[in-house]
Design a protein around this ligand. Structure first.
Ligand SMILES: CC(=O)N[C@H](C=O)[C@@H](O)[C@H](O)[C@H](O)COP(=O)(O)O
Length: 223
């Protein structure tokens, strides 16, 4: 069965820690990924070349890889060179910024997709709008994610997932759509599939204990 077939209707767990955090080391992320597989994840999404190499050695489920370079603007696998490096870790799918914003090297996203395909991997475009998804599919992206909805404009980050975008992408695109971003409950994950997603990525709500702890701590009455 090919990689995308293995993910149909299934859960992908994103295993990422942020710079300076206690879990920010490849072996910790490898263990988090293994724990997610014990819970029924069908795929793993992970960040950074060292994490990806180590996770690849330990898991044989579909692995979506990306390289976050920076934290503002276009930072998810922002150039073709980043994509080639991610492909070199053995990730099956290389996720990249598929928005219409200019890349730091000024080169078009088509070059990133071509580089991913030349390396024998699938290209996942992380987008924020239907128009970006349509364009990414036209350029040859194999799968499109709603990952960047809510992160490209000014203003506060939304709290819930953009399942309307998931449904619109699923209706508009000839390629599979992955629901990703702020999916915090099992019900939201199931709804994403019901609204046409091929698979669902959950990160924070499963693998980011600092944020999850903050949800609980913040819910208690102040002393
Ligand atoms: C916007 C951006 O940089 N998203 C990143 C993409 O890989 C990750 O920081 C997210 O954790 C991931 O998309 C999963 O989403 P959530 O953690 O909300 O379930």
């Amino acid at each position: 069965m090919n990689v995308l077939e293995r993910l149909r209707g299934r859960l992908i767990v994103s295993c990422q820690a942020y710079p300076g955090e206690p879990l920010r080391d490849p072996d910790s992320m490898r263990r988090v990924a293994l724990a997610a597989l014990h819970g029924g994840a069908a795929g793993i999404r992970a960040q950074g070349l060292d994490d990806l190499r180590l996770i690849r050695e330990s898991v044989d489920v579909p692995l979506i890889g990306l390289w976050k370079d920076g934290a503002e603007g276009v930072y998810i696998t922002p150039t073709a060179d980043h994509a080639v490096a991610v492909a070199g870790t053995g990730a099956d799918v290389v996720a990249f910024d598929g928005t219409d914003r200019p890349r730091p090297d000024g080169r078009p996203p088509a070059e990133t997709i071509a580089a991913i395909h030349a390396a024998g991997r699938l290209a996942m475009a992380d987008v924020s709008t239907v128009e970006e998804g349509v364009r990414a599919a036209e350029l040859g992206a194999d799968v499109v994610g709603s990952t960047l909805s809510g992160y490209t404009g000014a203003g506060p980050k939304p709290t819930g997932p953009d399942l309307d975008l998931v449904a619109e992408l699923a209706a508009a695109l000839p390629v599979p759509v992955i629901a990703e971003g702020r999916i915090h409950t099992p019900q939201q994950a199931a709804e994403a599939i019901a609204r046409g997603a091929h698979a669902v990525v959950v990160g924070t709500a499963i693998t980011h204990p600092t944020t999850i702890t903050g949800w609980f701590a913040g819910a208690l009455p102040s002393r």
